[in-house]
Write a protein that binds this ligand. Structure first.
Ligand SMILES: C[S@@+](CC[C@H](N)C(=O)[O-])C[C@H]1O[C@@H](n2cnc3c(N)ncnc32)[C@H](O)[C@@H]1O
Length: 301
C-alpha cells in the first residue's frame, strides 16, 4: 500500500517527484512510500538523527533512565542510524544488542562493503524489519527493550499493539523504555509549522500528540513499576547549550518535512519558507519548550 497520497492542487509540484524502490523523491529529499512514516530517509536525515541522538543523550545525561542493571540482551526498535544501540553495545559488551529499522542505515552498508568510518561493535546486529508487522523475535527474548522517537511511524490505532509487541519480547524482570515528543508550540509561525506537521501526519493516521500517553500504553500492555517523566527541552539559544541543540534539530526536522508537505498541497513553498524564517525570529526572541516524554516499565513474569 502506498502512503504518498498526492494533493490534486499540487500535481504540478508532485510531477517533478520521482519514485524508486520504495522511496519517493521530492523537494530534494527522499521519503518512504510503503509506510506511514513521513520524515525523510536520506543522508541529510542520517546526520539529523545522529545529532538528535547526541542531543537526547545530553538532555537525559545518559542513554536510558530505567534501572536496567547489566542486561545481556538489548533491543532497539526503529533504531535509525543505530547510534544508540551501538553505544549500548559498547557499554554492555556482554549484551547481545539488536537494532531493528525499516531501512538499513548507511553505516551497515559500509560495514558490508568493508569500509566506512563507523565500526560496529561485535555484539551489535542490525535487522531490517517493519515494526508494524510485529517483531521477528520469540517471546521474552530481551532484557531491555528501547523505542525512541517513533511517533511519526505509528498510526494512532496501532500504538497499543506496537507496545504490546515490545512487552511480548521482553524477558521477565526486564525493562521497556519509551521516549517520545509532541510538536512544539510557540509564536504564530511556529504554530503554523506545527499545524502543517499535524496535517501531513494525520493523512497517515498518525497522531503526533498521542505521546503523553506512552506510560498508559505500557500499563495496558501489562508492565509494572511504570515510571513516567516529562522532559521539557528548552528550544532556542535563550535555553543555553541544550536550547541551541534543540533549535538546530527543530529547523532540521521542519526542513526535512518541507518537501512532502508542499508536494501534498498542504502549504505552498512561499508560505512554508516564510514561516520558517518567521519562526527563527520568534525563537531568537522568546523562551520556548519542546515537550518530550519518557516512560519505562518492567515485565515481572
Ligand atoms: C525519528 S527516527 C528515530 C531513530 C532512533 N530511534 C533514534 O532515536 O535515534 C524514526 C525511525 O523509525 C524508522 N521507521 C519508520 N517506520 C518504521 C517501520 N514501520 N518499521 C521500522 N522502523 C520504522 C525510520 O526509518 C527511522 O529510522
Amino acid at each position: 500500500m502506498g502512503w504518498f497520497g498526492l494533493g490534486k492542487r499540487k500535481r504540478n509540484v508532485a510531477s517533478t517527484a520521482r519514485q524508486r524502490r520504495g522511496f519517493f523523491f521530492t523537494g530534494g529529499r527522499r521519503y518512504l512510500t510503503e509506510a506511514p512514516y513521513f520524515l525523510p530517509k536520506d543522508d541529510t536525515e542520517v546526520n539529523r538523527l545522529d545529532f538528535q541522538h547526541y542531543m537526547m543523550r545530553y538532555a537525559m545525561q545518559g542513554n536510558y533512565a530505567a534501572p536496567i542493571g547489566s542486561p545481556t540482551s538489548i533491543l532497539d526498535v526503529a533504531t535509525g542510524t543505530g547510534r544508540w544501540a551501538m553505544e549500548m553495545a559498547a557499554e554492555f559488551p556482554l549484551a547481545n544488542t539488536v537494532g531493528v529499522d525499516i531501512v538499513t542505515p548507511p553505516v551497515d552498508e559500509a560495514a558490508v562493503l568493508g569500509h566506512g568510518l563507523d565500526r560496529r561493535p561485535d555484539n551489535y546486529t542490525f535487522i531490517q524489519h517493519n515494526l508494524l508487522h510485529g517483531l521477528p523475535f520469540a517471546d521474552k527474548s530481551f532484557q531491555f527493550v528501547h523505542q525512541r522517537l517513533v511517533v511519526a511511524a505509528i498510526p494512532a490505532a496501532r500504538w497499543q499493539s506496537v507496545v504490546n509487541e515490545l512487552y511480548r519480547v521482553t524477558a521477565p524482570g526486564g525493562w521497556i523504555e519509551l521516549v517520545e515528543a509532541i510538536p512544539a508550540t510557540g509564536g504564530p509561525a511556529m504554530n503554523q509549522l506545527r499545524e502543517w506537521l499535524i496535517a501531513v501526519s494525520s493523512r497517515r493516521g498518525v497522531d503526533t500528540t498521542i505521546t503523553p500517553h506512552i506510560g498508559d500504553f505500557l500499563r495496558q500492555a501489562g508492565a509494572q513499576n511504570v515510571t513516567t517523566r516529562d522532559l521539557p527541552l528548552p528550544l532556542g539559544r535563550l535555553g543555553g547549550h541544550l536550547g541551541l541543540m534543540v533549535e538546530t534539530d527543530y529547523y532540521s526536522l521542519h526542513r526535512g518535512i518541507r518537501g512532502i508537505i508542499i508536494a501534498q498541497g498542504i502549504a505552498t513553498e512561499e508560505a512554508y519558507d516564510g514561516a520558517m524564517n518567521a519562526a527563527r525570529l520568534e525563537i531568537a526572541r522568546n523562551r520556548y519548550i519542546w515537550p518530550y516524554f519518557l516512560a519505562y516499565g518492567q515485565r515481572l513474569f
